[in-house]
Design a protein around this ligand. Structure first.
Ligand code: GLN
Length: 539
């Protein structure tokens, strides 16, 4: 019998509801329970695939090819478990399903209403996710902030579930306690208002996670308890942390796991966050730096730098650095500044390794190519992810194979030398403007050649990795590139597509058509990131 734990947010957005949700799930998992998690996004987009990363952060891709919110990535990283399309809901998805059903006369001529039919669809989907994952608990993160118009529908579904099976549903509200500079005191009032907003939706929180700069002290816990109808012990401190991986341990300081179990009348089956604690000791230990530069373009909105667009890449670097006993220092390098080449490129020497991550469109392309050339020629360890592989091949074609016009059809439609070309099955989709959810998505097998960097990293010849792209190396140019020293170390056996390319005579120069970053875990760093960081530590 699955228990449903809804996690909603109050006061402001961006207080780490996703990692809080992942952390609660981690705690319950560590106590011997099977857990699952689902993310509800209140936007009308059917999935995250059509969203600009600057608007909504990274598009995370699951094994089954669902393009979803980055929080699903947090769940996978914390739990070391794979999720799929059933673990991800958006307003668009839910409405689309209900409308399709209505068109197929599946409602038997009934009037289809927002409340009941839409909320019923939400409940159905959550139950389906719980069933698929055979979960004792499913954590359901409701996107947005309570009081928003957009997520009311989902809260309504949650309220209905509580009414129907009150002993199997629990509500956690993540709030924020500001400390205004001129007052110097932690304020609980916004939390009180957030609880009222939730009450207005017919929901009483059982637990309040109090996000704040510092731990919440006793008087404030008491105040929140008195004003918000929760036990003092159910006001859990969630202070700012240096590493998100500390959060489960922090929650446990306030006995969050046992509080939750008690409410459901359950007892821990075991207690084991030992591996996690070991990881934390490693993270906190004093270590030498490894300096990694990311040459990309989705960094800033106005005056603010965002890290969310490349969150899985960043986490993968951290996992691999810790495994190599190094402290990762990650720097954003805006590709456009390298467009002209010249002296600016010399700053790349300051780094132990450079990554060009995935991307779309033409902005910043020439700058990235110049940066890759610099890494190749100056022997700076280089890891190219998806677009980062395609550009490495274009650079090699231009500057080593003498194919001066080499480019991708993504940038030049009538390219003379399309070293990177659109995949045949993608051509039709693009012509018909069928963009949503149609890329080459999710896990595909890849066969790795012995005696290569890739083989040494994976220690295996058969792997499977996640994809998200429409373009590929044009096999007509394979021979030309190979004859000049490019090694195609990983190939998809079914379609003969190049998945990994690398160079010899270089400390580490490797690109992947897939996105290894989606499979890195804190306790199980991705082999390619691990190898890249290892090589970067040597320079
Ligand atoms: N834009 C490229 C493609 O569609 C690369 C995609 C990516 O980096 N994820 O093939």
């Amino acid at each position: 019998m699955t228990r449903f734990i809804f996690v909603a947010g109050g006061v402001i957005s961006g207080v780490g509801k996703g990692v809080a949700t992942a952390s609660i799930a981690k705690i319950l998992q560590s106590k011997g329970f099977r857990v699952s998690a689902a993310k509800i996004d209140p936007y009308v987009n059917v999935d995250a695939g059509t969203l600009n990363p600057l608007e909504h952060g990274e598009v995370f891709v699951t094994s089954d090819g669902t393009e979803c919110d980055q929080d699903v990535g947090n769940y996978e990283r914390f739990l070391d478990q794979e999720f799929s399309t059933v673990n991800y809901l958006t307003t668009g998805r839910v409405y689309q399903a209900v409308i399709n059903r209505e068109r197929n006369l599946e409602y038997d001529g009934k009037t289809v209403e927002v409340v009941f039919h839409i909320s019923e669809e939400v409940i159905l989907r959550l139950e389906k996710a719980a069933k698929k994952d055979k979960a004792d608990f499913i954590l359901v993160e409701v996107g947005g902030t309570v009081g928003d118009y957009q997520n009311l529908l989902f809260l309504e579904a949650a309220r209905m579930m509580k009414h129907r099976m009150s002993d199997r549903v629990l509500f956690v509200l993540v709030t924020y306690l500001p400390v205004p500079e001129n007052v110097g005191e932690m304020k609980t009032k916004p939390t009180q208002h957030a609880v009222r907003a939730l009450n207005a939706a017919g929901i009483q929180p059982d637990i309040i996670l109090a996000r704040a700069k510092a731990p919440v002290d006793k008087p404030r816990k008491r105040k929140i308890s008195d004003f918000c109808n929760v036990d003092e012990q159910d006001v859990i401190s969630a202070p700012d942390v240096e590493s998100i991986y500390e959060i489960p341990l922090n929650f446990e300081k306030d006995n969050l796991g046992d509080r939750i179990l008690k409410k459901f009348g359950l007892k821990p089956r075991r207690k084991d966050l030992r591996e996690w604690q070991k990881l934390l000791r490693k993270i906190r230990a004093h270590k030498k730096l490894v300096r990694v530069g990311i040459v990309g373009k989705y960094f800033s909105i106005g005056d603010f730098t965002l890290m969310d667009s490349y969150i899985s890449v960043i986490e993968s670097i951290k996992h691999a650095a810790w495994a190599n006993n190094r402290e990762p220092q990650i720097t954003w390098l805006s590709a456009e500044k390298y467009t002209e080449g010249g002296k600016t490129l010399a700053e790349l020497k300051e780094f132990d390794g450079i990554i060009v991550p995935g991307g779309f469109g033409t902005r910043g392309i020439e700058g990235k190519i110049k940066a890759i050339q610099f890494c190749r020629e100056k022997k700076i360890p280089y890891l190219g992810l998806c677009l980062g592989l395609q550009l490495a091949l274009i650079e090699f074609a231009r500057n080593v194979c003498g194919l001066k016009d080499a480019t991708s059809r993504e940038f030049v439609k009538d390219a003379k030398t399309p070293v990177i070309d659109v995949m045949p099955d993608q051509k039709v989709l693009l012509e018909e403007k069928r963009y949503g959810g149609t890329m080459r998505l999710g896990s595909y097998p890849c066969r790795i050649k012995k005696g290569t960097l890739a083989y040494a990293a994976y220690g295996s010849g058969n792997i499977s990795e996640r994809h998200r792209h429409r373009y590929e190396l044009n096999n007509e140019y394979r021979e030309a590139l190979q004859s000049k020293g490019m090694v195609f170390s990983g190939v998809n056996p079914d379609r003969d597509l190049v998945e990994i390319a690398e160079l010899k005579e270089h400390p580490f120069f490797l690109g992947t058509q897939f996105h290894p970053e989606f499979k890195s875990r804190p306790l199980r760093p991705h082999p390619l990131f691990r190898a890249f960081i290892k090589a970067s530590c040597k320079t």
